[in-house]
Ligand binder design. Structure first.
Ligand code: SF4
Ligand code: SF4
Length: 385
């Protein structure tokens, strides 16, 4: 197993499951289950026991491994420089061993099979991939400045589709030259990689790169921070020939041009940093600058923000497999409570996965009167003149 040599170095101090001020639990799987084995240090020792043949990779072991949301809080807060950068890679390597041995939870197996057979994590028809854009008059990509890459959640989940349409409408309003791939688009593979299916990720990345190169794409705007992360960090682009943007970085540039309504109600908004935009890519400023520039929006911060943000629980493929699961102790339920405690009326998100996770949590927790989840382009669209 890759990074096997670092497993014994973890001395279980436990700092990796906390945020920077140590007052809360910030590893989503540990926060939910409260068993040490679900914490990053616990995972290290489970993996150590497994590779040394002290335990078998049974059902419980598999569930623990796949409940990791790949959020990166442990990488941020581990106290041992010799291992911290490799923690997440070690957890992914453990999952990869399980995938290669065929010992994975059924939900993981089904999800990866769907991605393999259909090019998306939902196992839905490729032909329907561009349906979110029906009636929106969006051009297919040919030679425009940007390719708008929507991803699986934006293409197939009804809430993701709304967000894709909302972002596209702002790009159109500002006459940004962009096109989409529609039914030609393919899964970005970020979550397949996080679930340990390295070969599937490689295949998806190669197919996507082939497509982008054949079309002469030079700039991509991604809807999801997950695709942003995969393409920016894990796709073997040659010499940075394609520049990758998350749409929030484009909105930051555009927000000064929008014509907003004259009289707007003041609203408190708190922003949830998506793990794959924040901790994984250190992009914390764009959304905050955009929110601050919207008339009537009063930004407020949660205690756990920026590099201490609590994951929504959807990362690492959990939005598809639901292995981390819901319930009152789920990270999404805990996060909406934290957002409401700031006095904010709106929990702003910049990721379709976060939107889906939090809206489910608001409904499950009957919190509709406490907080509303809105994606940032929707906040802008509502306030335009
Ligand atoms: S902070 Fe690092 S050394 Fe301490 S328990 Fe976590 S992984 Fe192990
Ligand atoms: S990546 Fe996140 S969920 Fe996984 S062990 Fe680290 S802190 Fe926990």
């Amino acid at each position: 197993m890759q990074h096997q040599e670092i497993l014994h170095r973890c001395f279980r101090c436990g700092y990796c499951k906390l945020p920077g001020n140590y007052v809360d639990l910030n590893c989503p799987s540990y926060a939910k289950y409260r068993f040490e084995t679900f914490s990053p240090g616990g995972r290290m020792w489970l993996l150590y026991a497994w590779v040394n043949k002290k335990i078998e990779p049974g059902k419980r072991f598999q569930e623990i491994m796949f409940s990791c949301a790949s959020c990166g809080n442990c990488v941020e807060h581990c106290t041992l420089p010799k291992i911290k950068d490799y923690l997440l890679e070690a957890f992914t390597a453990g999952k990869e061993e399980l995938v290669n041995n065929g010992t994975v939870p059924p939900a993981v197996r089904d999800c990866l099979t769907k991605a393999y057979n259909h090019g998306n994590m939902y196992g839905l028809s490729k032909k329907k991939r561009g349906d979110w854009a029906n009636g929106l008059n969006i051009e297919p990509y040919s030679d425009q400045e940007y390719l708008f890459y929507v991803g699986d959640v934006g293409s197939y989940d009804p809430r993701g589709q709304e967000i894709a349409g909302s972002v596209a409408s702002l790009l159109k309003k500002e006459k940004i030259s962009f096109g989409i791939l529609g039914k030609e688009e393919l899964c970005d593979g970020n979550d397949a990689k996080a679930m340990g299916e390295g070969e599937l990720f490689k295949h998806l990345a190669e197919e996507n790169i082939k497509k982008f190169n054949s079309l002469g794409v030079s700039k991509i705007i991604t809807l999801s921070p997950h695709a942003f992360n995969a393409m920016k960090n894990d796709y073997p682009f040659l010499e940075g020939s394609i520049t990758i943007f998350h749409y929030s970085q484009i909105l930051e540039r555009l927000v000064g041009n929008f014509k907003f309504k004259n009289s707007l109600e003041t609203v408190k908004v708190t922003f949830h940093d998506p793990c794959y935009l924040g901790r994984h890519n250190m992009e914390y400023a764009s959304v905050r600058k955009t929110l601050a520039a919207i008339p009537g929006v009063v930004p407020v911060e949660m205690d756990r923000c920026l590099q201490n943000s609590l994951c929504c629980g959807g990362g690492g493929g959990n939005v598809f497999t639901d292995i981390l699961g819901g319930g009152p102790e789920s990270p999404a339920r805990s996060r909406i409570q934290e957002a409401a405690e700031t006095g904010a009326q709106i929990l702003a998100v910049a990721c379709p996965v976060c939107a889906v996770m939090f809206e489910d949590a608001v409904k499950a927790g009957n919190a509709e009167n406490n907080i509303e989840v809105k994606e940032i382009s929707e906040i802008i669209n509502e306030r335009l003149a």
